[in-house]
Write a protein that binds this ligand. Structure first.
Ligand code: SAH
Ligand code: SF4
Ligand code: F3S
Length: 447
């Protein structure tokens, strides 16, 4: 037992990892708001800090212990706060966190955070509590209504993963694939739009595996859901992430051609360019089937921007196999991509495979891969220079009068002008950098 404390008046939620964690962080914040606890002002101490963690790579997972240390030693704020650890590290290492870090009062997994208020009551009484249950879908029904929405919003439609790629912790930390019900999603999307969202990104660890039954009792997949959400007045843009090549059906490909609100962007991780490595990773696609799939998407939407994820140094990856990854990158010409050094994760099959690759080899491979990806990203951005396109204004820029928004292809564009956050404006792209473009405002379109 810890001594009893006064109930927290302010909170801060720090989310790491993927967009689904960001969504969960927002939902936890909404729950704390509903308890009458206020978000701590920028630069001020919070009475309660929720660390919403990621377990995907070792570095990400270890970060939480240094964060806890900094909070308790007064480095992050003057007074040590009450600490809750949420997210995927909580799920994977809950007991260990409790043992290793006496300063932590609550450990709550990604499927159990709807119970945070009740755990908080116990923590105030001095009781340390862990909840890493995985009840099917109970969480969403128990959460308060959506609010505090900017122009872009995330909407988790599917959780968990059944793919069991041999390097990945997600099937263990997030559990089996579950689709949220169609009607709940359409209702939540409407609420988000009423609260100001102009763009909704549908989220899932394996989002294209979403399935449900629409209001007329028909079975629908992600494309059906996208089309129905696109019918919501006031919503301008839809995106979705992350997809697995195995679950991309004809209807989803068709939706890219027939649903104008679905943005011309596809994040479709391939991970590696060698069929032998893909097999060892338990990815169910080959390089050829992946490229064929991309061709079909491009046929439906010729200006589609492509994005991907890559792992270098998977156990057993040879120099020649890594070269195949570079070759694939050269063929696809991604608009943007994420790339990582393989990180052995406890409990996953790849962690004990023969042929673990030396760190220096991974460093060198990552450098070469990132140079190629950066080159393609700059080329993609340069190719859009001269085009006038719609930009959704997301925030103020660093300089006075400057604004930052996103193009349909998810590029960041800076420009000056008399606009507001949430406006959809026509911007001519005039200069390309590797990570953003400079633009000129052409006309304001009614938001
Ligand atoms: N569901 C998505 C991505 C989930 S995790 C998919 O199937 O692609 C995001 C990315 O992290 C993965 O695409 C992969 O590139 C990377 N990743 C996952 N586990 C990893 C590990 N053990 N080491 C390095 N990178 C990893
Ligand atoms: Fe992990 Fe593979 Fe599932 Fe993606 S598809 S979350 S990489 S197991
Ligand atoms: Fe990380 Fe969990 Fe997302 S491990 S990437 S926060 S699903």
């Amino acid at each position: 037992m810890k001594p009893t404390t006064t109930p927290p008046k302010t909170y801060r939620v720090k989310s790491f990892g993927c967009q689904m964690n960001v969504y969960d962080g927002e939902r936890m914040a909404e729950m704390l708001d509903a308890q009458g606890i206020a978000p701590a002002a920028e630069g001020e101490d919070a009475d309660l800090v929720v660390l919403n963690t990621c377990h995907i790579r070792e570095k990400a997972a270890e970060k939480i212990y240094s964060d806890i240390g900094r909070l308790t030693k007064g480095k992050t704020q003057t007074k040590p706060p009450m600490i809750a650890v949420a997210g995927c590290v909580a799920q994977a290492e809950g007991e260990e966190i409790m043992k290793r870090s006496p300063a932590v009062s609550m450990v709550v997994g990604p499927q159990a955070y709807h119970r945070l208020p009740e755990m908080l009551d116990r923590a105030v009484q001095g009781e340390r509590a862990t909840d890493t249950d995985m009840p099917a879908i109970a969480k969403f029904a128990a959460l308060p209504e959506r609010r505090r929405i900017g122009p872009t919003a995330f909407l988790t439609v599917q959780e968990g993963c059944d793919k069991f790629c041999t390097y990945c912790v997600v099937p263990y930390t997030r559990g089996a694939e579950i689709s949220r019900p169609y009607s709940d999603l359409v209702t939540e999307a409407r609420k988000l739009v009423e609260a100001g969202a102009k763009e909704i990104t549908l989220l899932g660890q394996n989002v294209s595996a979403w399935s449900g039954e629409n209001g007329r009792g028909h079975a629908v997949g992600l494309a059906g859901l996208i089309r129905d959400i696109a019918a919501i007045d006031g919503l301008a843009r839809i995106r979705y992430t992350t997809s697995h090549p195995a679950d991309m059906d004809d209807d989803l490909i068709a939706a890219h051609g027939d649903t104008p609100k679905l943005m011309p962007f596809l994040h479709l991780p391939v991970q590696a360019g060698s069929d032998r490595v893909l097999k060892a990773m338990n990815r169910s696609h080959s390089v050829e089937s992946y490229l064929k799939l991309l061709d079909r998407f491009r046929a439906a939407r010729p200006d589609l921007a492509l994005s991907g994820d890559f792992i270098v140094g998977f156990p057993g990856e040879t120099d020649a196999e890594f070269e195949e990854t570079l070759q694939l990158v050269g063929e696809v010409a991604y608009a943007q991509a994420f790339s990582f050094k393989y990180s052995p994760r406890p409990g996953t099959p790849a962690a004990t495979m023969d042929g673990q690759v030396a760190k220096e080899v991974m460093d060198e491979r990552l450098q070469r891969l990132q140079a190629a990806l950066n080159r393609d990203q700059l080329a993609f951005n340069q190719n859009t220079v001269g085009r006038t396109c719609e930009v959704l204004v997301e925030r103020k820029g660093k300089l006075p009068g400057q604004w930052l928004g996103k193009t349909p292809w998810l590029q960041s564009a800076w420009f000056e002008g008399d606009v507001q956050i949430g406006d959809l404006v026509q911007v001519e792209l005039v200069e390309a950098g590797p990570n953003s473009l400079a633009g000129m405002l052409r006309e304001t379109v009614a938001a």
